[in-house]
Unconditional design. Structure first.
Ligand SMILES: *Cc1c(COP(=O)(O)O)cnc(C)c1O
Length: 229
């Protein structure tokens, strides 16, 4: 399938999921995960109307950023503190804030550059060792501490579903993140804005939309299987 056709299919499936569920958001952003993809493929997705792209490796992303600075770039992978200096001022949203040292570095670099950096806090609900992110009990205290980081703007939460084929095991993870999101929204910490709930990938984005995601991060369903060299 052409990239443009794949995007149309996904947008239709997102609409159907929205109409099936009382929890679904009115507007869902399709974030195209372009890791391992060429600038040419990204441009094909842009021609089909997409403006938001996600990358997980800073070094790989830098070259694409030079070619396509007008894109809304999202960083979705674990971010090492020593890479922060390369990304500040270039991201629309960092989805993977998961530690105080990382927040400290984002704060320092953002202050130097006189920008505010929008971030999501990544939560490891599935509790798989391979995933980064805060554990659920750590989240409330972590969000309180973010008051000390005025250039780091928390805009919501992100999670990665468990790596299983049974969608019935994935749904409760997404439902739990929605619950945490609503709980924190109700707590109304003055320095946080409860705007984005980022969950769902190629395999499970319809479920994520049903459970309230308003950003889905989709790679292989748009661009085809990834080939790592
Ligand atoms: C790679 C990746 C995705 C997209 O995965 P697909 O299965 O190709 O849709 C989404 N989120 C994160 C954090 C990723 O690393």
């Amino acid at each position: 399938m052409q990239i443009s056709e794949s995007i149309a299919v996904i947008q239709q499936k997102i609409k159907e999921a929205q109409s099936r569920s009382p929890y679904a958001a009115d507007n869902v952003l399709l974030l195209a995960v372009s890791k391992t993809r060429s600038v040419d493929m990204i441009q094909q997705a842009m021609a089909a109307g997409l403006r938001d792209f996600g990358e997980n490796k800073v070094q790989e992303w830098m070259g694409k950023y030079e070619s396509l600075p007008q894109v809304n770039w999202h960083l979705i992978g674990h971010l090492q503190t020593n890479k922060v200096k390369y990304v500040i001022g270039k991201t629309k949203l960092i989805h993977s804030l998961d530690s105080l040292p990382l927040a400290t570095e984002i704060e320092k670099r953002s202050q130097q550059a006189q920008v505010e950096t929008d971030v999501l806090v990544q939560v490891n609900i599935a509790e798989e060792d391979s995933k980064s992110g805060l554990l659920v009990p750590e989240l409330p205290g972590f969000l309180e501490k973010m008051a000390d980081f005025p250039h780091v703007k928390v805009k919501g939460l992100m999670t990665i579903g468990p790596n299983v084929t049974d969608l019935n095991q994935i749904r409760p993870v997404f439902a739990e993140l929605r619950g945490l999101f609503l709980q924190e929204k109700a707590r109304a910490l003055p320095h946080c804005v409860w705007q984005y709930l980022s969950m769902g990938m190629s395999y499970d984005y319809p479920i994520a939309v049903e459970e309230g995601a308003n950003i889905v991060r989709v790679g292989s369903s748009i661009f085809g299987p990834r080939v790592y060299s």
